[in-house]
Design a protein around this ligand. Structure first.
Ligand SMILES: C[S@@+](CC[C@H](N)C(=O)[O-])C[C@H]1O[C@@H](n2cnc3c(N)ncnc32)[C@H](O)[C@@H]1O
Length: 240
C-alpha cells in the first residue's frame, strides 16, 4: 500500500494542522477551538526548565520540534515520510511556506503558514528515519515525544522496547495516541491485547514512572466543511 504520508494532500493538511492560525482552519464561532494547536499543547506537558537534548519521533512537518526548541539546546526530529521531513526543513530554512487548502471538490485556495516567532529553528535536526529501527548512535535524550505515532507503526512494540534506551534516567517521555488501531497500519496481532493504557503500563512500567494521563483533542481540516475531531490519550512518564 502507498504511504499516505508521502502525498501532497496530507502534507498540506498537516502543514495547516500544525502551523495554521485558528481562522485559517475554520471560520465558525462555536467551533472546537480547544482542539487547535495540538502540537504546542502536548509539548507544554513536559516539565518546565531548559534541557540539553530532545527527540520528536514521528515529527511529521515539525511543529512540535519547533516548540521543543524553546527549551532544548538540540532537537532531533525524525519522521518516516520524506515529504514531511522536507516540509519541516523548508519551514526551518524559510520560516514560512504556502499551503494549498482544499475547500470543496477540486477547488483549492492557498494560505501562508509560519513558524512561531520565538522558536529556535537552528537547534533542530530533521531527519528521515524509521521509529521501529532507529539508528544505533542516536544517544540519549532529556525529553522524548512520540505523538500519534504508535498506532501508525507495523509493530509498535519495537519502539516501546527502544524507549528506555532513548530517555536519560530522570528524563521525560510524552506519548499520545488516539488508539485508532487499523489493520492498514498495524496487523491486529500487534495491537494491544486490551486497553491501550493498560498495555502501555505493562510495557513501560519497569522502566518509567507514569506521571500523568489525560485526553487531548485535536482538529485536522480536510475541506472547508469537513474536519477530523479526534481525542488522543496523553501519557507522561519519567525514566527511573
Ligand atoms: C498521525 S501522524 C502524527 C504526526 C505528528 N506527530 C502529530 O502529532 O501531528 C503519524 C506520523 O508518523 C509518521 N510515521 C509513520 N510510520 C513511521 C515510522 N515507522 N517511523 C517514523 N515515523 C513514522 C508518519 O509519517 C506521520 O508523520
Amino acid at each position: 500500500m502507498a504511504n499516505i504520508y508521502e502525498t501532497e494532500r496530507l502534507k498540506d493538511e498537516y502543514l495547516l494542522f500544525h502551523y495554521g492560525k485558528p481562522e485559517q482552519i475554520h471560520s465558525w464561532g462555536g467551533g472546537p477551538d480547544r482542539a487547535l494547536d495540538f502540537p504546542k499543547r502536548i509539548v507544554e506537558r513536559f516539565s518546565l526548565g531548559d534541557v540539553s537534548r530532545a527527540l520528536d519521533l514521528g515529527c511529521a512537518v515539525g511543529r512540535s520540534a519547533f516548540e521543543m526548541s524553546r527549551a532544548a539546546e538540540e532537537v532531533v526530529a525524525i519522521d518516516y515520510s520524506h515529504s514531511f521531513v522536507e516540509a519541516g526543513k523548508v519551514m526551518q530554512e524559510h520560516g514560512r511556506c504556502e499551503v494549498s487548502r482544499l475547500n470543496e471538490g477540486k477547488m483549492l485556495d492557498s494560505v501562508h503558514v509560519e513558524v512561531p516567532a520565538d522558536a529556535y529553528p537552528s537547534r533542530i535536526k530533521f531527519e528521515q528515519g524509521n521509529a521501529m529501527d532507529l539508528r544505533k548512535d542516536l544517544g540519549e535524550f532529556d525529553r522524548v515525544l512520540a505523538a500519534n505515532l504508535l498506532c501508525r507503526l507495523g509493530d509498535p512494540s519495537l519502539l516501546l522496547a527502544r524507549l528506555p534506551g532513548l530517555v536519560k534516567v530522570g528524563g521525560e517521555l510524552v506519548l499520545t495516541t488516539p488508539c485508532t488501531w487499523l489493520e492498514e497500519f498495524t496487523p491486529s496481532n500487534y495491537w494491544p491485547p486490551g486497553d491501550t493504557l493498560e498495555w502501555l503500563k505493562m510495557e513501560l512500567g519497569g522502566y518509567f514512572e507514569l506521571l500523568e494521563e489525560h485526553d487531548e483533542p485535536f482538529l485536522i481540516r480536510e475541506t472547508a466543511r469537513k474536519f477530523q475531531w479526534t481525542v488522543a490519550l496523553l501519557t507522561k512518564w519519567r525514566r527511573i
